[in-house]
Design a protein. Structure first.
Length: 221
């Protein structure tokens, strides 16, 4: 992985490639790409004579929620202390427990192989700015055509918007469907009125939803 990283940095100046270690028994480390250079890096990986990663076998999405982190911070503050019967300001350093929120993000993950050289996988990652209004990543479909439907699936289920994709639209859910079902905070709607094979749980949810709507209309809410 270090050799591939070095080859990328030599071929694409400023690529900003980072090795993401995998501590599991598989030891399948990956490379995180800066979105701004991702297409150039992908083209190099495909066209380089030694690597020739000509086959994209799989692309998928990952959702990372906002994370609350508790940490101790050293803080210097001034306190009043009595010294020789005189109130005197004294500086002291104490540890304070603080919490901060680390914004979540979405990731697109690609598994590459070389059919020509029979090696792989090489795993690539790209990360969005957040999970709300900065969810764009460059499409790798122009480099590996097999990414087309898989990026559409990621867009549909996770909400990553792939710029430069030739036909970015929903694949599994219908146009007009709200939200993205593979997000970790996705909440199923409770007003399903029809499924190809309706189940008791779905029907009960629909009836409860209808009762809530009728109650709200009755109270004028």
């Amino acid at each position: 992985m270090e050799e591939i990283k070095a080859a990328i940095e030599a071929a694409v100046p400023g690529a900003g490639v980072e090795i993401v270690p995998n501590p599991s028994p598989s030891g399948q480390h990956s490379l995180r790409l800066e979105p701004a250079h991702a297409v150039a890096v992908a083209k190099f990986l495909r066209d380089d004579a030694e690597l020739q990663l000509d086959f994209l076998s799989n692309a998928t999405g990952v959702d990372y929620l906002d994370k609350e982190i508790a940490e101790k911070v050293k803080v210097t503050r001034t306190v009043m202390k009595t010294v020789d019967d005189v109130e005197t300001p004294v500086e002291e350093t104490v540890e304070e427990a603080r919490k901060r929120v680390e914004p979540g993000y979405l990731e697109a993950v690609y598994h590459l192989f070389s059919v020509a050289h029979k090696h792989g996988p090489v795993v690539l990652r790209m990360r969005t700015g957040n999970r709300s209004d900065r969810v764009e990543l460059p499409s790798l479909t122009p480099i590996w055509r097999s990414a087309e439907f898989q990026e559409r699936e990621i867009f549909d289920l996770f909400g990553i918007v792939f710029t430069g994709h030739p036909d970015l639209r929903r694949l599994l859910m219908w146009e007009g469907f709200k939200d993205h079902p593979m997000r970790r905070d996705y909440v199923e709607p409770d007003d399903f009125e029809y499924e190809p094979t309706a189940h008791d749980e779905v029907l009960a949810r629909s009836e409860a939803h209808r009762a809530r709507i009728e109650a709200q209309e009755g109270t004028g809410l």
